[in-house]
Write a protein that binds this ligand. Sequence first.
Ligand SMILES: NC(=O)c1ccc[n+]([C@@H]2O[C@H](COP(=O)([O-])OP(=O)(O)OC[C@H]3O[C@@H](n4cnc5c(N)ncnc54)[C@H](OP(=O)(O)O)[C@@H]3O)[C@@H](O)[C@H]2O)c1
Length: 254
Amino acid sequence: MTNERIILITGGSRGLGRAAALALAEAGTDIVLTYQSNAVAAAAVVAEIETRGRRAAALPLDTTDPAASDGFAEALQDVLGARWGRDTIDGLVNNAGFAGLTPFGGIEPAQIERLVAVHFTGVVLLTQRLASTIADGGHIVNISTGLSRMPLNPAYSVYAAVKTAVETWTVYLAKILGPRRIRVNTVAPGATATDFGGGAIRDDEAYRAMILPTVAMGRIGEPDDVGRAIAAVLDPRMGWVTGQRIEASGGQRL
Ligand SMILES: NC(=O)c1ccc[n+]([C@@H]2O[C@H](COP(=O)([O-])OP(=O)(O)OC[C@H]3O[C@@H](n4cnc5c(N)ncnc54)[C@H](OP(=O)(O)O)[C@@H]3O)[C@@H](O)[C@H]2O)c1
């Protein structure tokens, strides 16, 4: 058993997951990150973490496949044993996801199913499967969205509603895991310039101009803004905070 703190981040190859991994590494945390298909990007994040003096590993995971969590849990045990000589992690960030637009009038069952699979079913089943791997006193962060409380773009209605389900589940899970001193919180990012939604928040000037007046801090969020907030929520000094939704949006729609 070592003294390292190890956090598992799903979808750590890009965007907010990558930024959280780097912020945590800078704060002295080792990282296991997952990717869906982008092994090259995931390996680059592992290398960036190692240049910060921490250990890291990347594993493939498709959270749309409920059957994948058993195989993933075994692969995680293998990497924890081989790299760290441990069989537990100290935290889990359920971050993997995508932007699914569903304009009202044309919503198809398959669109709803895919959004639920990635943003809810995958989160619940992976967390349940890994609960015994998370050390007592550990922490879970579920990534939601500011859109769960801000109907800024009606085409995100289903996506935002599914994220709201995760927020509610977070509160219940905080009660379930409280006796093990495991904290469970939601971080709800505002609009942030990543590949999300085809990169529109980063690259589409008209879309950015529409978002900008909604942000009290007067600029569009960058991945590091949210990555640092996730790392801060995971900090042991937040040890008395559980079952909460923390929004990291620069004060969107205040
Ligand atoms: N950016 C925003 O404005 C914003 C705002 C609020 C909430 N969020 C939420 O924040 C989270 C991260 O978003 P992001 O902006 O960082 O997106 P991103 O830049 O597109 O990155 C998505 C990450 O999730 C992984 N991924 C996607 N679908 C997956 C699946 N089915 N199974 C496993 N991994 C999957 C990707 O892996 P590959 O690299 O292998 O494809 C990648 O690592 C999402 O849950 C999103 O809903 C984003």
